[in-house]
Design a protein around this ligand. Sequence first.
Ligand code: FNR
Length: 363
Amino acid sequence: MSQLFTPIKIGRQSLDNRLVIPPMCQYSAKDGLPTDWHLMHYGSLSHSGAGLMIMEATAICPAGRLSPFDLGLWSDDHQLAMKKLLDSIRQYSPMPIAVQLVHAGRKASMSQPWQNFHYVKPADGGWQTVAPSAIPVNDNYGTPVALSKNEIQAIITQFAQSAIYADKAGFDMIEIHAAHGYLLHQFLSPIANQRTDEYGDSLENRIRIVIEVYQAIRAVLPTHKAVGIRISATDWIEHGWDLSQSLVLCQKLAALGCSYIHVSSGGLSDAQQIPVGPNYQVNFAQAIKSHIDIPVIAVGLITEAIQAEAIVSTGQADMVAVGRGMLYNPHWGWQAAETLQAQVIAPPQYLCSTPHGVKNLFK
Ligand code: FNR
């Protein structure tokens, strides 16, 4: 019997199976508001057979967007627009939907990746970026201004306020984005964080903002709403953020009641040396899972049903996220279920779709 297609609970949220759609920026919002693209894209993915869909990195404030075209949740208008989007999708799909909340820090104010990826200057509709320290990623990015302690407090408050908007919009869960070199990861890594105050230097100080953001969000949400976090388990750079530090962070978060850990890697600096290949991040998920008692999601070049099944059935991770594979084939989950002789939820309009010989695929 397939383990990938067995139910699991994240906090109090029940999921039909352990296949996750990870957050994937679409760079298609207008002033932070969703467009018809989002309805089409997420509407389609809500029929993929996954147990959970995590919506793309959504900014807690305008300056926290990766690009001027990112989604945001910083006002009543944003909350209402997201609610409308979720209500539309939910008319036709029961799939639980999370949102990933982000501040991009020194990686903010960039163009859409397909527009000759570059820093968008304030005069061209971009903005001054901020970071733990005034160190740019490289020449292609803006040079950030180091945040004051008051500004750090304001950002923590914005994370909490954004979580309130997300809750009211009707998201089932919240994922905090502390991976891929964005603001929270910038604080974690000694490469980007060269502060000497209580938000820098020692490990305890570098993880402080992540813990405070988690606590601030947890405090404003009803207890039944799960709050998880995505981390980069390593910078893939010597003397950077690494697995041993990630274990300390994850143990602290788990002790505070964090609902899950989503284990990615890298994204902080060009100096990273990543041995990219199938399952290349799974050993980090496995190591973290062996140290904590909350669900762990593995992600990264997991493209085959048998591969995903093996990760869950051998206990390397509790769930598996498939990103680009889902963009390529929005019915990835259906085909995986067929391969593993499991069942998925499908809309009645498509029940007639199975090829000759495929039986009992749909619940
Ligand atoms: C991503 N990824 C990503 N990660 C994240 O935490 N927040 C985000 O908004 C995005 N945006 C995004 C956009 C696009 C187009 C891609 C392809 C990827 C990373 C993504 O969630 C995932 O971790 C990687 O794609 C690796 O998984 P796959 O694609 O190998 O299954």
